[in-house]
Design a protein around this ligand. Sequence first.
Ligand code: NAD
Length: 419
Amino acid sequence: MSEKNSSKQITVAVIGAGSRGAGFGRHVAALPHLGKIVAVAEPRQDYRKSFAQTHRLPSKAVFKTWQEFLKKPKFCDAVVVATMDREHVEPAVAALNKGYHLFLEKPMSVSLEDCRRIEAAQRKAGTRAAVCHSMRYHKGFNKIKTLVAGGSIGKLVSVDQIEQIAFWHFGHSFVRGNWGVEGKASFSLLAKSCHDLDYITFVTGKKALRVSSFGSLSYFKPENAPEGATLRCTDGCPVEPSCPYSALKTYVNANRQEWPADVVSHDHSAEAHLKAIQTGPYGRCVWACDNDVVDHQVVALEYEDGVTATFTMSAFTYDIGRRVTLHGTEGEIYYDEAHNLMTLKRFAENNVEKIELGAERGGHGGGDARALRGWLQAIRDGRDDLILTNVQESLKTHTIVFAAEKSRKEKRMIELKEM
Ligand SMILES: NC(=O)c1ccc[n+]([C@@H]2O[C@H](COP(=O)([O-])OP(=O)(O)OC[C@H]3O[C@@H](n4cnc5c(N)ncnc54)[C@H](O)[C@@H]3O)[C@@H](O)[C@H]2O)c1
């Protein structure tokens, strides 16, 4: 595609105006030279209404579902699909078939077959599609890619990365929340760490050959509940005052406008949040939920040219964010996202250089906003290079995630060519 019209404002519809969709709406609104929100599809009335009000949408541009929206003749240039994991494939394929440019939340979908359907639909449509792998655009992780590609540590030999999910985040999202039950969302490696396997592959610049993985749900199970714990934090639980997972602390006596507290209710009064935890999923004891996804997992990878990588995903961390060390023939790069600390250690000079990154603003180190901006610019200026994760690229790295999960379940090493 080579169209170039730098004065054009890309018109965008948001499908799924929940937590992420509303955020993308704000990112587009902050880029008026590039894009404009012109429609929404969202079943939850409060969320639909506030999104429509924020973006001053006329009633003819407000839809209850993606099905309703996509039934109409093509309405605008592009769509953002930010529905839940299991509701990505159908709106994504239908939107591509209608000729929309697509910004798709990760994971592409919850099965490899469906990811392939999206990739095939995009190839046929020829529109510009990006998958929101915000790590590639994250200030710190993007800097590492530049350093490695520029030869700062010689030839990259191995990567060690850990995703520190943070105990409270795991409790919120992967025990009580949307991603606790695989059958309702996806397995944790796909939901949480498809970013990590995507990034590790991106930074190595190599093709993955084989993978092994181990992990389990070890802690958030009824047998680990502290003695006397009640089914809900609000049932007079004797453990609640000292419990790190107290729903009262996390959702009521917290900044209720901010994530994760804001997720439990559209109305952010203390009364509404209290009611939400007395009746809804977020007030359940973390040892008495229906969760079944693993709370820790390790992955070992071999890439071409003998490059290796290890990845750990853990719920049991104080910090939230990734830590990564990249080992090269001439040096090492270390990055601790939580403390915004990056160092470059060069063997020949025998020194440690601190890499200044500056303050990080916005979700995922500014990665969400940059990913969206890159996609809008790519559409407007006909620049495929501004999309760091197109669907072909994302399909490759999703395949590694599915292979790792297969390895964990089947207790054997998986050759990527098997997939
Ligand atoms: N890129 C990242 O780093 C990142 C971070 C968090 C979440 N995510 C992904 O973003 C997606 C959305 O997550 P979220 O936290 O915003 O979830 P959410 O539940 O807040 O939002 C999903 C929205 O989709 C709406 N929806 C359901 N059925 C619909 C339909 N038929 N038509 C239109 N809308 C419909 C829901 O009402 C809800 O408002 C998930 O797939 C999640 O995995 C990505």
